[in-house]
Design a protein around this ligand. Sequence first.
Ligand code: TXA
Ligand code: MG
Length: 324
Amino acid sequence: MPASITTDIERAAAVLRAGGLVAIPTETVYGLAGNAMNEGAVTGIFAAKNRPSFDPLIIHQSSPDRILAYASEVPPDAEALAGAYWPGPLTLVLPKKPAVSDLVSAGLPTVALRVPAHPLTRELLRRLDFPLAAPSANPFGFVSPVTAQHVADQLADKIDLILDGGPCRVGLESTIVGFPDGKATILRKGGLPVEDIESTLGHPVAVQTHSSSKPLAPGMLSRHYSPGVRMTILEKTCTADQLAAMDAVIVFAEKKKPETSDGGTSPVYYDLSPSGDLAEAARQLFPTLRKIGQQQYDQVGVFLLPERGLGRAINDRLRRAAAT
Ligand code: TXA
Ligand code: MG
């Protein structure tokens, strides 16, 4: 039977206590949650997503104290970030305590930790006496879900229940910060802008999000967030002919877009935020990639956003979606 969609927190808690899998709302994206201390549940998460076992999971708890209990060491910069941004769209990668299984951490000596900000999921976590392991609730390599229906569309027959908390407020996954040699390093750009992290810490941080030879965040393979159509990054200086060769284009606050189609030769425009609001663009990104994936387009063009604030994380996802 396909998973039903519910707002009943106690029902979700009962499924999780029994070792089942529940999709949970967070402020970033929906997660596919199971008891992080139950190997059967964790194995089930990898299977439902078709996710390779070398790609570790984030564990979630209701408060900074409860989640930091799984780290064997917390550098001062990690403590400062936890204090400033939890609950919120931040994940810290820290040396793990032995209580965290190698299944969750994919054999790494570190574990990814987060306190999500969605009220329903925080209440759920408060009612449980174990943390939740939760990757984004999409099949491996695809676009992350930002509504309960997105989860149902792709995973309904693989999981037990979907807890509906409405559309995600941020719409991009959490920013992941690790501490190789004790120094804060961005491992994945996300819903917390790099600039905010730097201003809290009072110094610049390294950004190291590309897993080429030495994957620090193994899930950050270049081809991720695939919408299932061919996408090309377009330069601002592209010619009218290049533009006309596209079936659709993704734009941001584009003033020159045609009001009407000229009978089939000009592309359909998807504007992530006509008013130029990066937070709105972040919320619209994954739903737009999903819509585009549902059309039978041959060629989709993308204009990158300003490389600042949330624009940096949005561009990261667009580049990955366009990578082949
Ligand atoms: O916003 C989010 O972070 C969402 C919500 C549900 O919390 N979760 C999420 O999980 O995006 P997932 O599994 O889709 O992405 C987590 C990323 C993966 O790229 C994984 O490789 C990386 O975190 N990761 C997990 N543990 C790690 C570790 N110990 N060291 C480095 N990277 C790690
Ligand atoms: Mg993911």
